[in-house]
Design a protein. Structure first.
Length: 225
Protein backbone atom coordinates (compact mmCIF):
# COMPACT_ATOMS: atom_id res chain seq x y z
CA UNK A 1 0.00 0.00 0.00
CA UNK A 2 1.32 3.45 -0.92
CA UNK A 3 2.27 5.59 2.09
CA UNK A 4 1.80 9.37 1.77
CA UNK A 5 3.14 12.02 4.11
CA UNK A 6 0.93 15.13 4.21
CA UNK A 7 2.69 18.26 5.51
CA UNK A 8 0.42 21.24 6.21
CA UNK A 9 -0.32 23.48 9.19
CA UNK A 10 -4.02 23.88 8.28
CA UNK A 11 -5.98 21.26 10.28
CA UNK A 12 -8.94 21.38 7.89
CA UNK A 13 -6.79 20.61 4.86
CA UNK A 14 -4.98 17.84 6.71
CA UNK A 15 -8.27 16.30 7.84
CA UNK A 16 -9.77 16.47 4.33
CA UNK A 17 -6.69 14.92 2.75
CA UNK A 18 -6.46 12.20 5.39
CA UNK A 19 -10.10 11.20 4.86
CA UNK A 20 -9.95 11.25 1.06
CA UNK A 21 -6.60 9.48 0.78
CA UNK A 22 -7.49 6.75 3.27
CA UNK A 23 -10.79 6.21 1.47
CA UNK A 24 -8.71 5.39 -1.60
CA UNK A 25 -6.56 2.93 0.35
CA UNK A 26 -3.48 5.08 0.89
CA UNK A 27 -1.62 4.95 4.19
CA UNK A 28 -1.40 8.52 5.51
CA UNK A 29 1.03 10.18 7.93
CA UNK A 30 0.84 13.88 8.73
CA UNK A 31 3.11 16.64 10.02
CA UNK A 32 2.21 20.26 10.88
CA UNK A 33 5.61 21.82 10.18
CA UNK A 34 8.94 21.34 8.45
CA UNK A 35 10.82 19.80 11.35
CA UNK A 36 8.02 17.31 11.90
CA UNK A 37 8.02 16.51 8.20
CA UNK A 38 11.71 15.67 8.17
CA UNK A 39 11.33 13.48 11.28
CA UNK A 40 8.28 11.69 9.87
CA UNK A 41 9.98 11.07 6.53
CA UNK A 42 13.02 9.58 8.24
CA UNK A 43 10.84 7.39 10.45
CA UNK A 44 8.17 6.20 8.01
CA UNK A 45 9.92 6.41 4.60
CA UNK A 46 6.84 7.56 2.65
CA UNK A 47 6.33 6.71 -1.01
CA UNK A 48 5.20 10.29 -1.71
CA UNK A 49 5.14 13.64 0.12
CA UNK A 50 2.40 16.28 -0.25
CA UNK A 51 3.97 19.48 1.06
CA UNK A 52 2.63 22.96 1.78
CA UNK A 53 5.11 25.73 0.98
CA UNK A 54 3.95 28.02 3.79
CA UNK A 55 4.98 26.25 6.98
CA UNK A 56 5.29 27.93 10.40
CA UNK A 57 8.90 27.02 11.12
CA UNK A 58 10.63 26.97 7.73
CA UNK A 59 10.05 27.41 4.03
CA UNK A 60 8.73 24.39 2.16
CA UNK A 61 11.69 24.63 -0.23
CA UNK A 62 14.00 24.05 2.76
CA UNK A 63 12.11 20.87 3.57
CA UNK A 64 12.48 19.75 -0.04
CA UNK A 65 16.24 20.30 0.06
CA UNK A 66 16.42 18.43 3.35
CA UNK A 67 14.58 15.47 1.84
CA UNK A 68 16.57 15.54 -1.37
CA UNK A 69 19.74 15.17 0.66
CA UNK A 70 18.92 11.50 1.21
CA UNK A 71 15.79 10.42 -0.70
CA UNK A 72 14.30 10.58 -4.21
CA UNK A 73 10.74 10.23 -2.85
CA UNK A 74 8.34 12.16 -5.13
CA UNK A 75 7.17 15.50 -3.72
CA UNK A 76 4.01 17.36 -4.72
CA UNK A 77 3.91 20.96 -3.51
CA UNK A 78 0.73 22.68 -2.34
CA UNK A 79 0.93 26.43 -2.81
CA UNK A 80 -1.48 29.17 -1.84
CA UNK A 81 0.93 31.87 -2.97
CA UNK A 82 0.30 33.95 -6.05
CA UNK A 83 3.99 34.60 -6.72
CA UNK A 84 5.26 32.05 -9.22
CA UNK A 85 8.83 32.53 -7.94
CA UNK A 86 7.96 30.51 -4.82
CA UNK A 87 6.84 27.61 -6.97
CA UNK A 88 9.89 27.86 -9.20
CA UNK A 89 12.14 27.78 -6.13
CA UNK A 90 10.36 24.64 -4.94
CA UNK A 91 10.77 22.96 -8.32
CA UNK A 92 14.44 23.91 -8.47
CA UNK A 93 14.88 22.49 -4.97
CA UNK A 94 13.63 19.13 -6.22
CA UNK A 95 9.82 19.06 -6.14
CA UNK A 96 8.17 16.90 -8.79
CA UNK A 97 4.94 18.84 -9.29
CA UNK A 98 2.71 21.48 -7.73
CA UNK A 99 -0.97 22.08 -7.07
CA UNK A 100 -2.28 25.58 -6.37
CA UNK A 101 -4.64 26.26 -3.47
CA UNK A 102 -7.59 26.19 -3.43
CA UNK A 103 -7.48 22.84 -5.19
CA UNK A 104 -9.92 20.11 -6.12
CA UNK A 105 -9.32 16.75 -4.52
CA UNK A 106 -9.77 15.00 -7.87
CA UNK A 107 -6.96 17.08 -9.39
CA UNK A 108 -4.64 16.30 -6.49
CA UNK A 109 -5.45 12.58 -6.69
CA UNK A 110 -4.70 12.60 -10.42
CA UNK A 111 -1.34 14.29 -9.77
CA UNK A 112 -0.57 11.73 -7.05
CA UNK A 113 -1.32 8.84 -9.42
CA UNK A 114 0.79 10.38 -12.18
CA UNK A 115 3.78 11.10 -9.94
CA UNK A 116 3.56 7.64 -8.38
CA UNK A 117 3.59 6.01 -11.82
CA UNK A 118 6.62 8.04 -12.87
CA UNK A 119 8.44 6.99 -9.72
CA UNK A 120 8.13 3.30 -10.58
CA UNK A 121 11.32 1.93 -12.19
CA UNK A 122 10.68 1.26 -15.86
CA UNK A 123 13.93 -0.54 -16.64
CA UNK A 124 14.19 1.54 -19.81
CA UNK A 125 17.16 3.86 -19.76
CA UNK A 126 16.59 5.30 -23.24
CA UNK A 127 12.84 5.70 -23.81
CA UNK A 128 10.79 6.31 -26.91
CA UNK A 129 8.00 8.85 -27.06
CA UNK A 130 5.31 9.95 -29.49
CA UNK A 131 4.59 13.56 -30.35
CA UNK A 132 1.88 14.03 -32.94
CA UNK A 133 2.67 11.69 -35.84
CA UNK A 134 6.33 11.37 -34.85
CA UNK A 135 8.08 8.68 -32.81
CA UNK A 136 11.22 9.87 -31.06
CA UNK A 137 13.91 7.37 -30.08
CA UNK A 138 16.35 8.85 -27.58
CA UNK A 139 18.68 5.87 -27.87
CA UNK A 140 19.39 6.35 -31.56
CA UNK A 141 18.48 10.06 -31.83
CA UNK A 142 16.09 9.31 -34.67
CA UNK A 143 12.61 10.59 -35.47
CA UNK A 144 10.26 8.51 -37.62
CA UNK A 145 6.73 8.97 -38.89
CA UNK A 146 4.92 12.05 -40.09
CA UNK A 147 5.99 11.62 -43.70
CA UNK A 148 8.84 14.13 -43.47
CA UNK A 149 12.51 13.97 -42.55
CA UNK A 150 12.79 15.76 -39.20
CA UNK A 151 16.25 16.77 -38.06
CA UNK A 152 17.10 18.38 -34.75
CA UNK A 153 20.19 20.31 -33.73
CA UNK A 154 22.23 19.01 -30.77
CA UNK A 155 20.75 21.68 -28.53
CA UNK A 156 17.22 20.80 -29.65
CA UNK A 157 17.92 17.14 -28.90
CA UNK A 158 19.25 18.01 -25.45
CA UNK A 159 16.23 20.13 -24.56
CA UNK A 160 13.78 17.56 -25.92
CA UNK A 161 15.51 14.74 -24.06
CA UNK A 162 15.19 16.56 -20.73
CA UNK A 163 11.45 16.90 -21.29
CA UNK A 164 10.88 13.34 -22.55
CA UNK A 165 12.78 11.78 -19.66
CA UNK A 166 10.33 13.41 -17.20
CA UNK A 167 6.87 12.79 -18.70
CA UNK A 168 4.19 14.86 -17.03
CA UNK A 169 6.64 16.69 -14.77
CA UNK A 170 6.93 20.45 -14.81
CA UNK A 171 10.55 21.44 -15.44
CA UNK A 172 11.30 25.00 -14.39
CA UNK A 173 12.88 27.52 -16.74
CA UNK A 174 15.87 27.82 -14.45
CA UNK A 175 16.47 24.07 -14.33
CA UNK A 176 16.29 23.71 -18.12
CA UNK A 177 18.60 26.68 -18.72
CA UNK A 178 21.08 25.29 -16.20
CA UNK A 179 21.05 21.76 -17.63
CA UNK A 180 21.00 22.60 -21.35
CA UNK A 181 22.94 25.88 -21.65
CA UNK A 182 24.80 26.22 -18.37
CA UNK A 183 24.76 28.49 -15.28
CA UNK A 184 25.74 31.61 -17.19
CA UNK A 185 22.41 31.50 -19.08
CA UNK A 186 20.00 31.30 -16.12
CA UNK A 187 18.24 34.56 -17.07
CA UNK A 188 18.06 33.90 -20.82
CA UNK A 189 14.45 32.73 -20.88
CA UNK A 190 14.22 33.86 -24.52
CA UNK A 191 16.42 30.88 -25.41
CA UNK A 192 13.76 28.53 -24.09
CA UNK A 193 10.94 30.32 -25.90
CA UNK A 194 12.80 30.19 -29.21
CA UNK A 195 13.87 26.56 -28.94
CA UNK A 196 10.48 25.36 -27.72
CA UNK A 197 8.86 27.16 -30.65
CA UNK A 198 11.26 25.38 -33.02
CA UNK A 199 10.55 21.97 -31.48
CA UNK A 200 6.81 22.55 -31.78
CA UNK A 201 7.13 23.57 -35.43
CA UNK A 202 9.06 20.38 -36.16
CA UNK A 203 7.05 17.92 -34.06
CA UNK A 204 3.58 19.12 -33.09
CA UNK A 205 0.68 18.56 -35.47
CA UNK A 206 -0.59 22.08 -34.71
CA UNK A 207 2.33 24.14 -33.36
CA UNK A 208 0.04 27.02 -32.41
CA UNK A 209 -2.00 24.70 -30.19
CA UNK A 210 0.51 22.15 -28.87
CA UNK A 211 -0.75 19.01 -27.20
CA UNK A 212 2.53 17.56 -25.94
CA UNK A 213 5.18 20.29 -25.50
CA UNK A 214 3.34 22.55 -23.08
CA UNK A 215 4.17 25.90 -21.51
CA UNK A 216 3.28 26.71 -17.90
CA UNK A 217 3.35 30.53 -18.09
CA UNK A 218 6.01 32.04 -15.87
CA UNK A 219 6.94 28.62 -14.55
CA UNK A 220 8.47 26.27 -17.09
CA UNK A 221 7.64 23.50 -19.54
CA UNK A 222 6.06 20.08 -19.45
CA UNK A 223 5.95 17.08 -21.81
CA UNK A 224 2.47 15.58 -21.84
CA UNK A 225 2.48 12.04 -23.34
Amino acid sequence: MTRILVVDDDPQIVRALRINLRARRYDVDTAPDGAGALRAAAQHHPDLVVLDLGLPDMEGSEVIRGLRGWTATPIIVLSGRADSHDKVDALDAGADDYVTKPFGIDELLARIRAVTRRAQPSGEALPQATIGRHTIDLGTHTITGGGADVRLTPTEWQLLEHLLRHPGKLLSQRALLQDVWGPQYLTETNYLRQYMARLRRKLETDPAHPRHLLTEPGMGYRFKP
